[in-house]
Write a protein that binds this ligand. Structure first.
Ligand code: ADP
Ligand code: ZN
Length: 435
């Protein structure tokens, strides 16, 4: 279903005209209201009036996470505190957190975009949405919450943690949709099964998962565990929060970027050169409507690819591929680049292994080494009296990683339930390298 038919199906030409109009406004806004942008534009020798076409944006400097940190906490705000109604902070997965702000208008836009995401997953006001993203400074909880209300659905503001209670609510309230991180979904399913709950017979029919990288294989596991359709949602607090892009249920092939609100580019992360659409690179977003915290050419460090092929759902917005990970999560094992989610995709396919894993990176001399610790299933563990069975499994994982990813890694199979379970974003990598 399409929530906002008028905007989500705008012909590209009209969309680009709207983007240009909004881009001109936002560039003026930051130049005159944010000291950082005045300085950075002046230094780069560009003026707001230089924007004559969308292409002219290329001449403007990037904004990086470091720039946000340098202006911590409120230095990047483009609106006075009297018109700001909400503050959030990124969860600080990689380093200190950054603070973001919203005016009333920004909150309304955000709710509209999240409502669009729900509609794209075929949810309506008749649905009950169990929201297990954390409420608080993290944008996930409240972002989803306002969108669900905007849609008119009934939202259960569950927040993260308290898994037993969550399982009770899932049974008693009978929500038809659940929102959380994919790793938490697996955790819920696992604990539910352990308590004897038939997770497949709950009323849930849709799950909306994001906030961390996950694989297509993980999607199938979750769909199977809950008997639901699992949808991918993307966002980051600097740009807004959840709802920057979303899959549509018709195609489920990439996430439509809400291009009436955000301009997206892909760049080569090493050189900063803009890549032709369709090539894999780092996503760079410019916010087109934000009042309190507009960003020009923000480097996300998320690696993806923009797909410009028209979608059968009728939306005219381009789609972005599943994000495999951030450029800083990329591991380089003896010269081969690999993302944790790619290792996940390999191990999930092996019968006898659980999607609970951890990656230990160490440095031996000048080389980085990787050890994959992964749990074996209860069933296998119970029958693994013979060491041979485990050895065979270990060999298979080593072989598959070599064959599919080209990496050589050590493997350590561990007992069921020994790897910490996530209640929000899972931390997969333990980096023991001394820098
Ligand atoms: P932090 O940067 O502290 O984790 P956020 O909560 O804003 O703060 O997280 C945003 C990041 O989460 C994105 O930049 C991206 O790396 C990741 N992310 C969000 N949604 C997805 C998704 N669907 N797939 C993969 N990664 C995602
Ligand atoms: Zn579509």
């Amino acid at each position: 279903m399409i929530y906002n038919e008028e905007y989500e199906t705008l012909p590209r030409e009209a969309l680009e005209a709207l983007q240009l109009k909004r881009l001109k406004q936002v560039v003026q806004r930051v130049y005159h209201n944010v000291g950082y942008y005045k300085k950075s534009f002046d230094q780069a020798g560009v003026k707001p009036d230089d924007i004559k076409t969308l292409d002219d944006l290329k001449r403007f400097p990037f904004t990086t996470k470091q720039d946000l940190r340098d202006n911590y906490p409120f230095g990047m705000f483009a609106a006075p505190m009297s018109s700001i109604v909400r503050l959030h902070a990124s969860s600080g997965t990689t380093g200190s957190s950054t603070v973001v702000a919203y005016t009333k208008h920004d909150i309304d836009s955000w709710a509209e975009l999240v409502a669009r995401c729900f509609a794209a997953a075929d949810l309506t006001k008749g649905d009950i949405i169990h929201n297990a993203y954390g409420y608080g400074l993290f944008t996930g909880g409240l972002g989803i919450h306002y969108g669900a209300e905007k849609l008119g659905a009934s939202v259960i503001p569950m927040s993260g943690g308290n898994t037993k209670w969550q399982l009770m609510i899932l049974q008693d309230f009978g929500p038809t949709a659940i929102c959380c991180t994919p790793s938490y979904a697996l955790n819920l399913a696992e604990q539910g099964r352990a308590m004897g709950i038939d997770m497949r017979s709950l009323k849930l029919r849709v799950g909306i998962f994001g906030a961390e990288p996950w694989s297509e294989q993980m999607r199938r596991q979750i769909e199977d565990a809950f008997a639901i359709k699992a949808m991918n949602i993307y966002g980051l607090s600097e740009i807004m929060g959840p709802g920057v892009s979303m899959e549509c249920s018709d195609a489920q092939e990439g996430m439509h970027v809400f291009e009436d609100y955000f301009l997206v580019e892909t760049i080569n992360p090493q050189t900063g050169d803009v890549l032709p659409l369709g090539e894999q690179g780092e996503l760079v977003f410019t916010t087109l409507t934000k009042e309190a915290f507009p960003l020009i050419r923000y480097r996300t460090r998320d690696m993806s690819r923009i797909n410009t092929i028209p979608c059968r759902c009728g939306r005219t917005f381009h789609r972005m591929d599943r994000v495999m990970g951030r450029s800083d999560d990329m591991l380089i094992i003896r010269g081969v680049n690999v993302y944790p989610s790619q290792i996940e995709a390999v191990l999930i396919n092996i019968e006898g292994l659980e999607p609970h894993y951890q990656l230990i990176v160490e440095r031996a001399g000048t080389l980085d080494t990787l050890e994959v610790q992964v749990e074996v299933t209860e069933k296998l563990f119970a029958n693994a009296g013979e060491v041979k069975v485990l050895q065979k499994l270990e060999q298979q994982l080593i072989r598959d990683m070599k064959e599919f990813l080209g990496i050589t890694a050590k493997v350590k199979l561990v007992e069921p339930k020994t790897i910490a379970r996530s209640e929000g974003k899972a931390s997969r990598v333990i980096d023991k390298r001394k820098i």
